[in-house]
Design a protein around this ligand. Sequence first.
Ligand SMILES: C[S@@+](CC[C@H](N)C(=O)[O-])C[C@H]1O[C@@H](n2cnc3c(N)ncnc32)[C@H](O)[C@@H]1O
Length: 397
Amino acid sequence: MGTSRTGAAGATSRIHVSRTGRSASAPRTGLKAPLSVLQPLPLNEILLGDCIANLEKLPPESVDVVFADPPYNLQLEQALTRPDQSLVDAVDDDWDKFASFADYDAFTRAWLLAVRRVMKKNATLWVIGSYHNIFRVGTALQDLNFWVLNDIVWRKANPMPNFRGRRFTNAHETMIWASKSAEAKNYTFHYEALKAANEDVQMRSDWFIPICTGEERLKDGAGRKVHPTQKPEALLARVLLSSSNPGDVVLDPFFGSGTTGAVAKKLGRNFIGLERDPTYAKAARARIDAVVPLSDASIAAPPEKRAEVRVPFLSLIESGHVAAGETLVDERRRFQATVRADGSLALGAIIGSIHKIGALTQGLPACNGWTFWHVERKGKLVSIDEFRAKVRATLTA
Ligand SMILES: C[S@@+](CC[C@H](N)C(=O)[O-])C[C@H]1O[C@@H](n2cnc3c(N)ncnc32)[C@H](O)[C@@H]1O
C-alpha cells in the first residue's frame, strides 16, 4: 500500500497478450522489448505495466476515444462488515491506495496528461468515478483544459446497500465526458441513433443500468470475483455506441477485467488496454478472446441527419401525404396553421416555412417544424416527420 504513484512508476514490460479483433496490423504475441514508440499501434492488445509509462510509448494523436476507470482512492480505514459481522467484498486492493489526496491528484494529472497526448484532435474522454474521486478528477480535467461535455449519472438498478445505515445508499457513479478542448467541436456523438433507441426522445444524462452480476461477472475456479470493480457491459456499450464508430481505436488505461475490450470487440471497434496487474490482464485476454463480434450490418455507424437526403415540405404535398388547405396542429392541439399549395404555412396573414410558423405560434426563436407539426389521420395525430421518412425512403431506394 501507499506506494507513490505520482509518475510513471514501476517496471513496464510490454506484453502483448495475443490479439483478436479487426486490426489490419501484423499479429503480435508473446513478450517484446519495450520500444519508445509502438508503431504500428498495438491494436486489440493488452499492455502490461504502469499506464503512464505505456502511454508514453504510444504515438501522439492516435486514439479516437478513451474510457478510463481509474482507482477510486476509497480510503477504507478498516475492513467493511455487515451488521452480522460478515465481511463485505469491498475494494481494498493495493492499486486503490494512495498516501494522500495530493498523491492521488498528482497521479490523476499525470495520467490525464499522458492520455491527452495520444488523443486525436476530436477524440473524447470518459472518466468514471464515485464521490471519493470524481470531483478531484473533474477539477484536474478542467485545469488541464479538457472541455466537459456532460456528466452522466449511472444510476445502479441494484446498488449495494449501506450496511451500517449511517448514510444514504450509494446508488450511482458519475461519468465525465470531455473533449480535448473547447475548440474541439467535431467529436463523434450519435445523437439521432441514441434518440431512436430511446423511443424518439433525446437520451438523457441519467442512465439506469444494473451493476455487473450473474453470468457476466468473471469468477475464478473457487467462485470468487476475478475483479472487484468489473463494470457492466451495457454501460460500456452505451458509451461506445454514442461516442465512437466501427473501426475506431478505443483506449482504456485502467483495463481491469477488460470490459472495454470485450464490448469494443463485440461492436467492431479496436481497443488498446493498459493494465498493471498480470492476473487481471490474463483474465481480460481470455474474456475478450471468447467474444463473438456482432455482424457488420448490426453495428454500422448510423447516418446522421445532416448526411440524409433533404426533403422539402412541398414534397409531402406533391406525394399526396399532406393536402393543400389541410390544417396542421401541434401534438397537444394548442396551435394550428394551414398548408398552402406552395409548401409554406399560413398563420392568419403570416406566411412562412413549417419551422418559422412553428416558432411564431409558440413565441419561440426557433422550432423544428418536422417534429412540431402533425396531421389527423383516422382520428389520430401523425407527425409530418413520418411522411418525410416515407418520401426520403422513395428518394434513396
Ligand atoms: C477500477 S479498476 C477498472 C475496472 C475495469 N473497468 C473493469 O470493468 O474491469 C482499475 C484498474 O486499474 C488498474 N491500475 C491501477 N493503477 C494502474 C496504473 N498505474 N497503471 C495501469 N493499471 C493500473 C488496477 O489494477 C485495476 O484493475
